[in-house]
Ligand binder design. Structure first.
Ligand code: UDP
Length: 503
């Protein structure tokens, strides 16, 4: 059964261009920005359908309900059971172990067949035949579907233009193969005026000799991105020092910068005070703090730190002089002694006077970053978080974990000048890169000590000349970010052109 919600307005809108968006269900962090892109496209007059799986549909629907545009959400069953996955395993972060990863990709191929079958329904499917498909990064099957329907196919990676440019250079020129060790730094001359220096160990999984995805999957993805008609990026042209334009020249493809997509929501529609539980608690706690006094700490929707590392970070957070709002994922599976330490040293209930508020569920990140009490963001440099920080004018302390996050760190710190590096050199293992396939965790010692974290926070929160310069640059980017989506702004024009190219 296919679950579908379409409004009467959409059903009647047969003349509008119809964009079909299919977010990659790798993580909520792919689903959030693609939903926001849908909201932006709808506000430019397109009919929009977002196709996802039943477990992910509520994430999409709740964002749409808050923004209230007319968008059809279609949930097509995810054939996980046929591939040997337990019920409901419809995102990478819900898998049990790395051994499930190939099963997840096998299920995704079958999901592609079901989506194609659905879209073949053509005009019988509200709101009618697609004019264009925008597919998430691992939906390589979407290309054949778009070709069969005779419509253009765009890709959305979830990465920024600078990271995509670095990845393009790595594929073409392979500088990482010329270094002797995984820790030796080498340069990626991505921008004319800037060489991005990283080690092989810090590169995204595309360049890792072993991932649980398997080489075939990587090859499919590369062929997919090489064949698509264009790339949709959550960025704005003024942000990444011309990366979007250089990427377009390097790939010969249209590169459409349409962000920051988090600005598709009005602050009122995202006001967590109208929500329940964690969100309200966070905002009430922040309301009691002084302006620019709080450090907000989050490692994304699924970033889990090894317990030994979490303790070093925690010791820095409880002993630093600033109040801290700390989001921890996977807290339930922490060892008992770490849980006990957290209980004794932090607050989970949000007593207004407490020094360190820990959120184990879902934090209202965009609203937190916009709150006047927050003065700095310790982030894993996920692209969604990075752009939300930029849109909020928030300086960052950077602690990349994996994927393309080390490339983003170089952009934040070296190119944009709005970040302080914590100095992490090694990536944190995740389900795609784990060395053990049975789900057990390798014993990990903490690379980053308490003192190193303290030093980075000291620089981040310092309101002397260096800190103020970073704050000023961040505030300048915030204005540009807002301008990009206003009438006549670069992202606004790109969205308008995309929608009207199908009229
Ligand atoms: N996010 C959130 N609350 C949380 C954790 C994450 O709102 O408790 C959102 C965050 O605002 C961002 C996304 O989840 O939109 C994380 O995306 P990002 O690309 O930064 O990181 P990833 O989750 O892919 O590592």
């Amino acid at each position: 059964p296919i679950v579908q919600r379409a409004t009467p307005e959409i059903m009647a809108s047969t003349t509008k261009p119809h964009l079909v968006l299919i977010p990659w269900q790798g993580g909520i962090s792919h689903i959030i920005p693609m939903t926001d892109i849908g909201i932006l496209l709808a506000s430019h007059g397109a009919a929009v359908t977002i196709i996802t799986t039943p477990a992910n549909a509520p994430v999409v629907q709740s964002r749409i309900d808050r923004a209230a545009p007319v968008i059809t959400v279609t949930a097509i069953p995810f054939p996980g059971a046929e591939a040997g996955l337990p019920d409901g395993c419809e995102r990478l972060d819900l898998l049990r172990s790395p051994a499930d990863v190939p099963r997840f990709f096998a299920a995704n191929k079958m999901f592609g067949e079901a989506v194609t079958q659905h879209c073949r329904g053509g005009s019988s499917v509200p709101p009618g035949r697609p004019s264009c498909v925008v597919a998430g990064m691992c939906h390589a099957w979407a290309l054949a579907m778009a070709r069969e329907l005779g419509v253009p196919c765009y890709i959305f990676h979830g990465f920024g233009a600078f990271a995509l440019l670095c990845i393009e250079h790595l594929f073409k020129h392979r500088p990482h193969e010329a270094v002797a060790s995984p820790d030796e730094l080498f340069g990626i001359p991505a921008l004319p005026s800037f060489e991005c220096r990283v080690s092989r160990r810090q590169l995204p999984p595309h360049f890792s000799p072993s991932t649980s995805m398997g080489g075939g999957q990587m090859q499919d993805m590369r062929e997919f991105e090489a064949a698509v008609d264009g790339v949709v990026v959550n960025t704005f042209e003024e942000l990444e020092n011309g990366s979007a334009g250089i990427l377009a020249s390097a790939t010969g493809k249209k590169v459409l910068a349409v962000g920051p997509v988090s600005l598709s929501h009005s602050p009122a529609s995202l006001d967590p005070r109208t929500m329940s539980g964690d969100a309200r608690r966070c905002m009430a706690w922040l309301d009691a703090k002084a302006s620019r006094s709080v450090v907000y700490v989050s490692f994304g929707s699924a970033g889990i730190m090894p317990p030994a590392q979490l303790v070093q970070l925690g010791m820095a957070l409880v002993s630093c002089p600033w109040p801290v709002l700390w989001v921890i994922k996977g807290a339930d599976s922490l060892p008992g002694d770490v849980k006990k330490w957290l209980c004794e040293n932090t607050d989970a209930d949000g007593v207004a006077s407490s020094k360190c508020l820990v959120v184990r569920g879902w934090a209202p990140q965009v609203a937190i970053l916009d709150h006047p009490a927050v003065g700095g963001f310790l982030t894993h440099c996920g692209w969604g978080s990075t752009l939300e920080a930029v849109a909020a004018g928030m300086p960052m302390a950077t602690w990349p974990l994996f994927a393309e996050q080390f490339l983003n760190e170089r952009l934040i710190v070296d190119v944009l000048g709005v970040g302080v590096s914590v100095g992490v050199t090694k990536p944190t293992e995740n389900i795609l890169t784990a060395s053990k396939t049975d789900g057990s965790k390798a014993e990990v010692v903490a690379e980053v000590r308490k003192e190193q974290v303290m030093e980075a926070l000291e620089r981040l929160m310092n309101q002397g000349a260096e800190g103020e310069e970073r704050w000023r640059k961040a505030q300048e980017l915030k204005l540009k970010a807002k301008g990009a989506l206003e009438e006549g702004g670069s992202s606004n024009v790109n969205l308008e052109n995309l929608v009207h190219s199908f009229v």
